[in-house]
Design a protein around this ligand. Structure first.
Ligand SMILES: [Zn+2]
Length: 211
């Protein structure tokens, strides 16, 4: 594995938060980028809050070997739900195209071994990976006009293993619900979406609540 500086797209969710922690504790230098991704699921504010808290946690724990940037992307009146990785591919391409980032040629992708919602049964993990990889590697490579590579630091871990490995006080700051419900200035998880169900099935509750 190359130990050059690498790009991480930080959503504020458990997986990207853990990958940031893992890479920095292993001594990797990162460029961390957050997209304020506004879609009809309405999780943009919950994610932004998680990112602010996570960055503060990293700095408090002397994990400071990263540069942070952010951007805003709004799907506006498109009323279907585009895939998150399409926006990631575009932004990875823009960041890699910056002449100041010519030293980077890879990004850390926080995909674990049960990353895709395959309940419909029409697509296998391999097929879903292949589609995502084609966009995540092809678009940035075309834009930056060099070969952009993907590293999968948690590719052989399950969601439950990621949660087990993450420090509890960091885990508590990460956001995971895809369709949060807003009550005044706070957010509640929906308990119904794909990631809520994954987390409910895992060790998350025991780890965060001690019960
Ligand atoms: Zn949810």
């Amino acid at each position: 594995m190359s130990q050059k500086r690498a790009l991480l797209m930080l959503s504020g969710g458990i997986d990207s938060v853990y990958v940031m922690y893992k890479a920095l504790t292993e001594g990797r230098e990162l460029h961390v980028h957050h997209i304020h991704l506004k879609n009809r699921e309405g999780r943009v504010d919950a994610e932004a809050r998680a990112v602010r808290r996570v960055l503060a946690w990293m700095r408090r724990n002397d994990l400071t070997n990263f540069r942070y940037t952010e951007s805003f992307f709004d799907y506006g009146t498109l009323h279907w739900l585009p895939k998150d990785y399409w926006s990631y591919a575009l932004h990875i391409g823009m960041i890699m195209s910056d002449p100041a980032n010519r030293d980077m040629d890879s990004f850390l992708h926080p995909r674990h071994s049960d990353a895709f919602n395959l309940k419909g049964g029409k697509v296998t993990y391999e097929q879903a990976s292949e589609r995502a990889n084609a966009a995540l590697l092809g678009i940035p490579s075309l834009m930056a006009r060099r070969e952009i590579k993907m590293e999968l630091p948690i590719g052989d871990m399950t969601k439950a293993e990621v949660i087990e490995a993450c420090p509890p006080d960091l885990l508590r700051l990460a956001w995971y619900c895809r369709r949060p419900v807003k009550y005044g200035s706070t957010f509640q998880i929906c308990n119904e979406c794909f990631t809520c169900k994954q987390v409910a099935d895992s060790v998350y509750r025991r780890k965060v609540t001690g019960r």
